[in-house]
Design a binder for this molecule. Structure first.
Ligand code: 5GP
Ligand code: ZN
Length: 113
């Protein structure tokens, strides 16, 4: 657990969240400011500050993150969805604990702004 990390505090239950899924490696909860009818965040329980912090030793957990993202999306009734990982402030990252957005429930345009 990283000191002063919002998402580490959510995993620990120190900050409440609308939890959808949890196992030994990953945790998923609804985004507090949804950008679509369905907007879920899935995160590794281990604190990694973002995609660039992923090393070879994390490949199993990051693969699981994507597999469980699909499982959660389907469980929530989404067959079409978008997965987004922002790396760095200019890419839109505001919370520096790696997270994958699962977004869906409306048509999504491309490219993003
Ligand atoms: P980023 O912009 O870093 O890719 O995504 C961070 C996401 O975390 C944002 O979509 C934001 O709405 C969400 N978020 C920020 N604070 C909280 C919170 O306290 N609870 C929940 N559930 N989501 C949060
Ligand atoms: Zn963290």
């Amino acid at each position: 657990m990283a000191k002063d990390c919002l998402f580490c505090k959510i995993i620990a239950g120190e900050i409440p969240s609308d939890k959808l899924y949890e196992d030994d490696d990953v945790f998923a909860f609804r985004d507090i400011a949804p950008q679509a009818p369905m907007h879920i965040l899935i995160i590794p329980k281990q604190h990694l500050h973002g995609p660039e912090a992923v090393m070879e030793e994390h490949e199993r957990v990051i693969g699981k993150l994507m597999r469980k993202a699909d499982y959660i999306a389907k469980k929530e009734g989404l067959s079409h969805y978008r997965l987004v990982c922002n790396n760095g402030a200019d890419a839109g990252q505001t919370v520096f604990h790696l997270h994958m957005h699962i977004i869906g429930g409306r048509p999504l345009s491309w490219p993003p702004g």
